[in-house]
Design a protein around this ligand. Structure first.
Ligand SMILES: *Cc1c(COP(=O)(O)O)cnc(C)c1O
Length: 394
């Protein structure tokens, strides 16, 4: 039996040809592919600026820098996410303040968010967890009311919609990540989106060693008409996206709708097969107003189960060479967060209770019905055993 991985990128000859073309062109960084990729993502998300970046994490980092957030500041965010959405706050020396989630959307609970705002709150980072934009409008309303910049960590949501607005269009700025398990990939890469001209320029400067935007393209002798390539206005980073990666991204953007359709097909196929499993809570795909983009297919065991049961199911799937993972362990209980901030289990009970019972199943565009059958069969054979253990314990 062959292995079914948790995720797999969807690369066709078109992507391969585009990358080879760049290699033959002699222009490997800061060139036309970066510009085109920025335009494609910005236009898809109805934003005026796209700033291509070397990763989603790098994008979140320089966005916080560009907003002037640093020591002494607090940023509200979710403990139920990939760790980068909180690490970026530590990278600028600010303090992440976690707000527990809503069990329905798995996103920050807007009511708790409002209650958590203090004088020190300088930004909010909200995530469409697993690509579901539900509650992002309410979160945006809280940010507006308190005049606090909202950063949309849209890394899991490319292609989703909130009341006909694309994910990536919420808040002061949004960030996408293009790691190989995301809806589109550039190998490594990311994109900052905003309508704010000054913020976009600041991000462009920070990604390119603090150069002024007008001088950020060198000609072959290292200068251009407006200034010197070696003039640096501020402390910046090298967070540029190479032309090789950008070319890959351009083709993936051309194929986005086709790929989103494949992901929807796989999600529906899982749901159809698992619908009558009463010990499982299935992902909904959002609501009429909040249309999710399928990033992963994460199910969870019903509330009477515990983490040990979930872990046994994951191990059981893996023994059959089926990829499965516990998306996500709570960020506040990661060892270095516990150590630095003294969090203990119980700090964010909704996040912890949900996180204990979630498991991601294999999810990628090429997953076929035979493989989906096998995953669902393997899973459903294991569940009665967990049910028995549970009943015995009562
Ligand atoms: C993937 C992801 C990121 C980071 O993206 P990278 O490109 O891997 O740095 C940030 N936030 C969330 C919620 C993610 O899922």
């Amino acid at each position: 039996m062959s292995e079914i991985p948790l995720s797999s990128p969807d690369i066709t000859d078109a992507e391969i040809d585009a990358v080879v073309d760049v290699l033959r062109s002699g222009r490997l960084s800061i060139g036309p592919k970066q510009d085109l990729f920025e335009q494609q993502v910005a236009s898809r998300c109805e934003r005026s600026h796209g700033v291509a970046i070397s990763s989603g994490t790098a994008g979140l980092h320089i966005l916080l820098k560009a907003l002037g957030i640093g020591h002494g500041d607090e940023v509200l965010t979710t403990p139920f996410s990939f760790i980068a959405s909180s690490n970026c706050i530590l990278m600028v020396g600010a303090k992440p303040v976690f707000v527990d989630i809503c069990p329905q959307s798995l996103n920050i609970d807007p009511k708790r968010l409002e209650a958590a705002i203090t004088d020190k709150t300088k930004a909010i980072i909200a995530v469409e967890v697993f690509g579901n934009p539900m509650h992002m409008d309410a979160i945006e309303a809280v940010a507006r009311r308190h005049e606090i910049p909202l950063i949309e960590d849209a890394c899991e949501g490319l292609g989703g919609k909130l009341n006909s607005r694309p994910i990536g269009n919420v808040g002061r700025a949004a960030v996408f990540g293009f790691y190989p398990n995301k809806q589109i990939t550039t190998g490594e890469g990311g994109m900052i989106l905003t309508d704010d001209d000054r913020l976009a320029d600041m991000c462009r400067s920070l990604r390119n060693q603090g150069r002024a935007v007008a001088t950020d393209r060198s000609d072959s002798v290292g200068t251009n008409a407006t200034g010197s390539w070696l003039a640096h206005e501020r402390l910046g980073y090298n967070y540029r996206l190479s032309e090789i990666n950008a070319a890959l991204g351009c083709v993936q953007m051309d194929r986005l709708d086709e790929m989103l359709e494949q992901r929807r097909r796989v999600a529906n196929a899982y749901t159809q097969r698992l619908l009558d499993q009463h010990d499982l809570i299935l992902p909904t795909g959002g609501t009429d107003d909040a249309d999710c983009s399928w990033f992963v297919y994460v199910i969870r065991l019903s509330p009477e189960y515990d983490r040990a049961a979930r872990d046994r199911v994951i191990q059981g799937l893996r023994r059959h060479d089926i990829g499965a993972s516990n998306y996500f362990p709570p960020i506040h209980l990661q060892p270095f967060y516990k150590k630095q901030f003294g969090y203990e289990p119980g700090s964010f009970p909704i996040t912890e209770s949900i996180s204990d019972r979630t498991l991601a199943l294999p999810f990628f565009n090429q997953l076929d019905d035979t493989q989906i059958d096998l995953v669902c069969h393997t899973l459903t054979v294991m569940l009665p055993r967990e049910r028995l253990l549970l009943d015995d314990a009562v």
